[in-house]
Design a binder for this molecule. Structure first.
Ligand code: GLC
Ligand code: CA
Length: 505
């Protein structure tokens, strides 16, 4: 929410809306970067790690926000961008001046382009710097130079940043692309390099900060996950695992047909794997980099309510830590625009410019609407008022194209309220040891649905999620009905498309 009328959401806006989180049952907030930044990548290009972006407010506003959160029993998780800084950061401005500048070795330089590493946003990851006649590495945008973690001074700086915020009271960090901090030039590994564990431990294994919660944005194989999240390792509490985002797409913008069964199989694999290895799993369907799950993988037209609630039951009653992204709690679908000027995201614009002219524009806009990271960054739709209640000024990004139909006010007034369903899910998690701590067991037979059990001592819960088409589900234990999104009050029976129901022994 925008509190000062300049059209940009801000910290005071968050503070003003904390009661919404309390009502939902949320007890921790992860904030995307709000540090000083030229903001070419939504704040993931930091120019000062110890201060707040002007657009979002001041450090005093931040202090008021965290104290209001703590008063309500809400913890705060800040985003830590450790792999790169902004090219406007003092370190880089110095580093690029000359080879003997004390900050030069804070970044990764090569006389010649040494390999074909690519920027995640497209194009070569190497950029020429005239003053030193060298190339620097940027695994993301040109204006996001990678830090050189091999340099102990860089590691010390980042530890200081962590300590600074921990001293100000933050409860944890979400660690942006953390697995990029170690690279291996010999084997060509741009991420998940050999010193990742050592560096992570240096950052978070110190006794001053060991108690804080950490979740790493790390795409990695099962072996590495066991190492980085193992309870005895002093590295991370948990990571975000992204396999379930590859369903239904190729890369960011390529559309692929899919069945929800693929998502179930991925979840079952990771539930079993994390359970067996005693790891904490994270449960999420959406975030600031993803397109809305219900639109991309479900049906956000005639079944929007059913899809939003079925996915909620499918994910958030599993074993792990649930993360909900703003708007998800009332079933916000994907917006649609036919004009590229309504998109801000750097990755989206780069993709558009690289494909423009090679296919009809309406086809290209279809891909943009399908894949753009802006999909979930539009101003939050609160009420049926100006700017859907986001604030009085012209908004920094286009208003959501379906905001008049789907917003929090409409949802709460509806008999089919996604928000009410989310509340039930969260209440159940809080009340039930089986959901929070219990074992997971998949009892699905065949395809087209997902049925699983959660057990702790003699408490047992059954979650049934039907997928795309109506079907008869049988062979389930006949337990008592808790809640659901449709008509089934008995476990065995005919389920409508996207129907879900939860039962207790
Ligand atoms: C992470 C962030 C993303 C950002 C990128 C570079 O993937 O989630 O938003 O663009 O890192 O920092
Ligand atoms: Ca503002």
């Amino acid at each position: 929410m925008d509190a000062n009328g300049d059209g940009i959401g801000d910290l005071n806006g968050i503070t003003a809306k904390l009661d919404h989180l309390t009502e939902l049952g949320v007890n921790a907030v992860w904030l995307s970067p709000c540090y000083k930044s030229p903001n070419i990548d939504n704040g993931y290009d930091i120019s000062d790690y110890r201060d707040i972006m002007d657009d979002f407010g001041t450090l005093d506003d931040w202090k008021r926000m965290i104290s209001e959160m703590h008063k309500r029993g809400i913890k705060l998780i800040m985003d830590l961008v450790a792999n790169h800084t902004s090219s406007e950061h003092f370190w880089f401005k110095e580093a690029r001046k000359s080879k003997d500048n004390p900050y030069h070795d804070y970044y990764v330089w090569r006389k010649q382009i040494p390999n074909d590493w690519q920027s995640v946003f497209g194009g070569s990851a190497w950029e020429y710097n005239k003053a030193t006649d060298e190339y620097y590495l940027h695994s993301f945008a040109v204006a996001q130079p990678d830090l050189n973690w091999e340099n102990p001074a860089v590691r010390r700086e980042m530890c200081d940043v962590v300590d600074y915020w921990v001293n100000l009271g933050v409860d944890g960090f979400r660690c942006d692309v953390l697995n990029y901090i170690s690279k291996d030039f010999n084997t060509g590994l741009q991420f998940n390099g050999p010193r990742l564990h050592e560096f992570t431990k240096e950052l978070f294994g110190r006794k001053e900060v060991k108690h804080i919660f950490t979740v790493g944005e790390c795409s990695m194989g099962t072996d590495k996950i066991v190492d980085i999240c193992g309870a005895d390792r002093d590295e991370l509490t948990c990571i975000f695992q992204f396999d379930h985002f590859d369903v239904g797409r190729v890369g960011r913008f390529g559309i692929r047909s899919h069945k929800i069964d693929e998502i179930r199989d991925i979840l079952v694999f990771w539930q079993n794997f994390t359970q067996k290895n005693n790891l904490i799993y994270t449960l999420f369907t959406d975030n600031h980099d993803q397109t809305n799950y219900i639109s991309r993988l479900g049906n956000d037209k005639e079944y929007r309510y059913e899809c939003a609630t079925m996915f909620a039951a499918m994910f958030y009653l599993l074993k792990g830590i649930p993360f909900i992204y703003q708007g998800q709690e009332f079933g916000m679908p994907q917006p649609n625009y036919d004009d590229i000027e309504l998109f801000d995201d750097i990755e989206t614009r780069k993709f558009y410019n690289s494909v423009k002219g090679k296919m009809p524009n309406n086809e290209l806009m279809k891909l943009i609407n399908f894949g753009s990271r802006d999909n979930f960054r539009h101003p939050m739709c609160w009420y049926n008022s100006k700017n859907y209640g986001f604030g009085v000024g012209d908004t920094w990004l286009a208003l959501h194209s379906r905001g008049g139909e789907v917003n929090l006010e409409n949802d709460k007034a509806s008999k089919k309220s996604v928000f009410e369903f989310y509340k039930k899910i969260i209440d159940l998690r809080k009340a039930s040891k089986a959901i929070r701590l219990g074992a997971f067991e998949n009892i699905t037979v065949g395809n087209g649905y997902f049925a699983y059990l959660r057990k702790f001592d003699d408490e047992e819960i059954l979650v049934v999620c039907n997928f795309e088409t109506e079907r008869e589900i049988t062979r389930l234990p006949e337990w008592g009905y808790l809640f659901g999104n449709g008509n089934n009050r008995q476990p065995n029976g005919k389920y409508a498309p996207y129907e879900t129901a939860i039962f207790k022994k």
